[in-house]
Design a protein around this ligand. Structure first.
Ligand code: SF4
Length: 250
């Protein structure tokens, strides 16, 4: 597609730089707002993020997993976790699956704090965007995170596009064109998760196919992760937790 000046957006060399410049401004606003709020909340941004990570995880997490999620050293994560335990926002218990491991859990106060980890002003700016633009931006961000993840630049995320429950483009032309087998319901681009507590990674070959058909706008047609639904019987509660604004994950 050409433009009046004859330049083609497909070969615009500067777009990537401007996207990164825009993201840098948003990151700066988030950092400033988090530091400004840290006095009021009595938490550093790292401590706030740890509460969010623990709240968003279905499986119990230890300090090592928290450090990996945040891409910080074990020392930094241990120190922040110790502070949160002292503040009565986190508690350490035994991991039921591995009696020798330590699992971090939120206290009721910690859960309330975790629900407000992102600055309201920045959230407001995101919410103010028209729905189609929000969906498009989220879709683009998913692609960027996935690409950076493949280069080892960000920790592995729990995203729809790599989840065995994700069925892309099952309902072509519909606003909610994808399907999540976990809730057994349709989801749109605006519902895509970047950090979903219920995500279970698809096996490697199926995962690549998942991304390919997501981008190309086709359904899987049986060539991807199997259609295995999670155990039946709790569909309603799953759907409620998953779609609640207080539900786990982003
Ligand atoms: S919403 Fe969660 S469980 Fe459903 S497809 Fe996305 S990552 Fe998987």
């Amino acid at each position: 597609m050409g433009t009046p000046g004859g330049t083609s957006p497909e070969v615009e060399p500067d777009t990537g730089r401007r996207i990164v410049a825009g993201l840098a401004k948003i990151a700066m606003a988030i950092r400033h707002a988090q530091w400004a709020a840290s006095g009021r909340r009595g938490l550093t941004p790292t401590q706030s993020q740890i509460l969010g990570i623990v709240a968003g995880s279905r499986a119990p997490l230890g300090v090592k997993a928290v450090a990996a999620h945040l891409a910080v050293t074990m020392g930094t994560a241990s120190e922040a976790v110790a502070t949160l335990v002292n503040k009565g926002l986190l508690r350490k218990g035994a991991d039921k699956a591995d009696g020798r491991a330590v699992a971090l859990r939120l206290t009721p106060r910690g859960r309330r704090k975790a629900a407000s980890q992102w600055p309201e002003a920045v959230m407001g700016a995101a919410d103010a965007m028209p729905e189609p633009e929000r969906a498009m931006l989220l879709r683009g961000l998913v692609g960027m995170v996935r690409s950076m993840q493949a280069r080892g630049m960000v920790p592995t995320s729990r995203m729809c596009v790599e989840c065995r429950y994700f069925r892309p483009n099952e309902y072509p032309g519909k606003p909610r064109l994808h399907h999540c087998l976990y809730i057994d319901g349709p989801i749109g681009d605006a519902d895509l998760r970047i950090d979903c507590a219920e995500m279970e990674p698809a096996a490697a070959p199926g995962r690549d196919r998942l991304w390919e058909v997501f981008v190309n706008g086709q359904p899987l047609d049986g060539q991807g992760p199997g259609r295995t639904r999670p155990r039946a019987g709790t569909w309603r509660s799953r759907r409620e937790v998953h779609t609640s604004p207080k539900g786990a994950g982003s």
